[in-house]
Design a protein around this ligand. Structure first.
Ligand code: RET
Length: 238
């Protein structure tokens, strides 16, 4: 049985599932013959990102990843918590992808992933709190963590990337910009969406998160796995 969700947003969850599955199958097909162990690593990570997101979207579509939070003022929010389970695993994997590409030190990648996990967990706290002021307090903490992640990515990982070859540098810059633009929209969507000020309906918010997730995961993977930096040499398609 399918679920249309609370406000008919099931359509976006279905599209999200299909989009993630198509991305995953495309990356698998493209990576099938890859022999180079370094390139293989990027394929495995990126396929995993799409696969985790596909299961999360499917669980939300079937209404499993959905719960209710009753605020102290009696207002009841419909919360898709499965997003946070998805993001807790996929955002570190995205950072691992770009960190490995840049040739960053393991220690720096680990720091970046640590702050990122803190961002998602405090974002989940913001989402589950019943007192409004606590929700906004955790939103602020999570957003500050995100600014640290973005800063660290540009400065520390960027420094490592600056020492890489030209192909790697240009792919790094494109992917870094994808992250800078896409990630920064998430806290805004939360704030204007049903978890925050409620200016957006659950229907509209689910649509926005679906577009962001596809861009930040499948768009990102597409750019990474097609790049000369990963494909290498003259065999690159563009
Ligand atoms: C939340 C709410 C609290 C404030 C902040 C958030 C940030 C979320 C981000 C999510 C990124 C997700 C990605 C998914 C992959 O497709 C948790 C929404 C800062 C940055 C890239």
């Amino acid at each position: 049985m399918s679920s249309l969700g609370v406000e008919g947003e099931g359509i976006w969850l279905a599209l999200g599932t299909v989009g993630m599955l198509l991305g995953m199958v495309y990356f698998m097909a493209k990576g099938w013959d890859v022999q180079d162990p370094e390139a293989e690593e990027f394929y495995v990570i990126t396929i995993l990102i799409a696969g985790i997101a596909a299961s999360s979207y499917l669980s939300m579509f079937f209404g499993f990843g959905l719960t209710e939070v009753e605020l102290v003022n009696g207002q009841v929010l419909d919360i898709y918590w499965a997003r946070y389970a998805d993001w807790l695993f996929t955002t570190p994997l995205l950072l691992l992808d770009i960190g490995l590409l840049a040739g960053a030190k393991n220690r720096d990648i680990a720091t970046l992933i640590g702050i990122d996990a803190f961002m998602i967990v405090t974002g989940l706290f913001a989402t589950l709190m019943t007192v409004p002021v606590a929700r906004y307090a955790f939103w602020t903490i999570s957003t500050i963590a995100m600014l640290f992640v973005l800063y660290f990515l540009v400065v520390v990982v960027g420094e490592a990337a600056a020492e890489a070859d030209e192909d790697t540098q240009s792919t790094f810059k494109v992917l870094r910009n994808v992250i800078l633009v896409a990630w920064a929209v998430y806290p805004v969507a939360w704030l204007v969406g049903t978890e925050g000020l409620g200016l957006l309906s659950l229907y509209g918010e689910t649509l926005i998160f679906m577009i962001l997730d596809l861009f930040a995961k499948i768009g990102f993977g597409f750019i990474l796995l097609r790049s000369r930096a990963v494909v290498g040499g003259d065999s690159a398609p563009t």
